[in-house]
Design a protein around this ligand. Sequence first.
Ligand code: GLY
Ligand code: MN
Ligand code: MN
Length: 444
Amino acid sequence: MIHIPKAEYARRRKALMEQMEPNSIAILPAAAVAIRNRDVEHVYRQDSDFQYLSGFPEPEAVIVLIPGREYGEYVLFCRERNPERELWDGLRAGQDGAIRDFGADDAFPITDIDDILPGLIEGRDRVYSSMGNNPEFDRHVMEWINVIRSKAHLGAQPPKEFVALDHLLHDMRLYKSAAEVKVMREAAQISARAHVRAMQSSRAGLYEFSLEAELDYEFRKGGAKMPAYGSIVASGRNACILHYQENDAPLKDGDLVLIDAGCEIDCYASDITRTFPVSGKFSAEQKAIYELVLRSQEAAFAAIKPGNHWNQAHEATVQVITAGLVELGLLQGEVDELIAAEAYKAFYMHRAGHWLGMDVHDVGEYKVGGEWRVLEVGMALTVEPGIYVSPDNQNVAKKWRGIGVRIEDDVVVTKKGCEILTGGVPKSVPEIEALMAAARTEAA
Ligand code: GLY
Ligand code: MN
Ligand code: MN
């Protein structure tokens, strides 16, 4: 399995500590276990910031970074070993494992945090933490500070400033290293295989969930623990619901099916959308809309390179889609005026993409100082234009209604342009039709 090497976590901690103000401390909690119902838990997923800095996969843990601390800068609070609990729930690293396997300089039982952490904070001027995302943890931080304040008469010095960690950390996360791109490439390739399998399996009479099962099979077979987000398998008019989740309608001959799904590897997401005919052959209207979306995506790829700004890819898709909708007779008027009036939004109401990384809608600012962010090598993003003709749109000829198409790929900005990570799924009309026809011949 491809994963982020241990040395990279150490590099990240060091890079973060180098950016922290002198005499400061950073504190980050692990994700809590989420209960699904009664005593059943959701599959555990580590908090992305916590994972980014530690690779430590357990709940009930707290990272403390103290640049310049004589007895070690990286302190990890975590669960103690416990043979009884480990028999039921699985192995724990314990404090020895935290040091041996996860690079902590010092490790303490999480149950001792109230006794130990105030002493580590004391005398530091600034506390960096992720404020506002975890009210319970924010309250704990204040309790630890209050312990120090209560000892002020003994000479204890509480910190003077609280700083949001997000800005530093999320900017780091925006630039993907070679190791991160490798993991993202792996996630993308597994997801690509899943989409190919879904296309090959599609038949009228199956259900949307039948194709979801094919996706899940490839995800798990590739080593992914889970999808990066709830898979969307939307056939016919369901494709016009952007975040459709039911995935339980029957697949009908003559309809398209839109699949937006990607797996997660070592906490890195992939995010692919393909739209194809249930029975393997596009109708004239479906093909016209599909090829327009595809042309807009190609225009967006051409706009992604260092020096261009974040919004240029989106603007390229708006230009191509608006002009194409006029050509097809779905919009009437001058292209420039229609763009200014945002007339395309009746058909294309979302943006062309988002940052991609440990979170599917990844962290990182889209604007800096009020201006669109300029693209740089290592930034990863999706490119996902779409056209959705509402089944209720009375302004267009009936033949167009209920057609929904999105095409989504993942890219990383390179020196000259961008690398498409998800190129392993066919995308042109002839390629898709050929793949599906071959699968039918084999099955027959
Ligand atoms: N799958 C969510 C998105 O495409 O943004
Ligand atoms: Mn998507
Ligand atoms: Mn997306």
